[in-house]
Design a protein around this ligand. Structure first.
Ligand SMILES: [Zn+2]
Length: 290
């Protein structure tokens, strides 16, 4: 394949968007099925450790790749035509063709988000290693955010590969060199770990999960330690804003935990793509003004 034609943004960006739609459809499956499979495995392990004979456990939930999609209400298997990202949802009017149950808006939302993010990454990086790496970065962050938002769980199965991928890419290097990546991973993990224990020490509560440390460590591996402070500031800002709105609109009780992972992921992605522009903007606003 000659990459020359792929270097045309007019081709590359729509291509990335379509790829984003298709992968977004798979990310929906990951978001829905991965936590259920993990919980099933954990239950089996817990029973094993307790020495209980494995009581009539439920059959394992469907795997990520080989089980086709079906309606979650009536279990009707979807034909390929009913499984086209975004379009099927629009044509079916957001309802199952068989039982007319509402299809969760999560599906088109994740597909659109993935398509949009992939188009932006293609526009930003052009064709090459940074684009391929950036797409993987985007997809892992969307899957992790979706799972955290639904289940308050950031699975190691996503955060740790993201960390390793960041460290490996630093060997080429694609974004930052090895020493920046290693320091970024270590400082990212440790800083939230410290916040976690200080918070717990003072308030007796757990303000975040261990997955959050791993996620910030992974972001540090991709972008180096200098990105950590802006990412944390951005994620706190968005988190406080969304938390405030949730409190105001839903009248949510203050102790209701809001998963922090999606905000770290969102801030990390924004800094990954627009970090240079944002730091320039910051300098212009705050430094040149004096
Ligand atoms: Zn149905």
């Amino acid at each position: 394949m000659d990459p020359a034609w792929l270097e045309q943004p007019a081709l590359l960006i729509p291509l990335a968007a379509v790829l984003g739609l298709l992968v977004g459809s798979f990310l929906n499956v990951v978001i829905l099925r991965l936590p259920r499979r993990l919980e099933h495995d954990w239950r089996a392990q817990a029973l094993d450790i307790l020495g209980n004979a494995p009581v009539e456990t439920d059959p394992p939930p469907p795997d990520l790749v080989f089980h086709g999609s079906h309606c979650v209400h009536c279990k009707h298997a979807l034909t390929p035509l009913e499984n086209i990202p975004l379009l099927s949802y629009l044509f079916l009017g957001g309802r199952c063709r068989y039982c007319k149950a509402h299809i969760s808006w999560q599906y088109p939302l994740v597909e659109l988000l993935s398509a949009l993010a992939c188009a932006i990454v293609a526009w930003k990086f052009g064709f090459g290693w940074p684009l391929l790496a950036g797409l993987a970065f985007t997809w892992i962050l969307i899957a992790a955010s979706g799972i955290d938002a639904r289940t308050q769980l950031l699975p190691d199965q996503l955060t740790l590969p993201l960390l390793w991928l960041g460290l490996l890419l630093s060997l080429i290097p694609v974004f930052v060199g090895p020493s920046e990546a290693i320091l970024g991973a270590a400082i990212g993990w440790t800083s939230l770990w410290l916040v976690f224990w200080l918070f717990k020490w003072f308030t007796g509560k757990e303000g975040m999960g261990y997955g959050d440390f791993k996620l910030l460590g992974a972001l540090g591996a991709w972008m180096g330690a200098t990105a950590l402070l802006p990412v944390i500031l951005l994620s706190s800002l968005v988190g406080a804003l969304v938390g405030g709105i949730a409190l105001f609109v839903g009248g949510k009780d203050r102790s209701t935990p809001i998963p922090f992972g999606p905000f770290i992921a969102m801030a990390g992605w924004v800094w990954f793509v627009f970090g240079t522009e944002l730091s320039l903007l910051y300098e212009r606003w705050f430094l040149i003004g004096h």
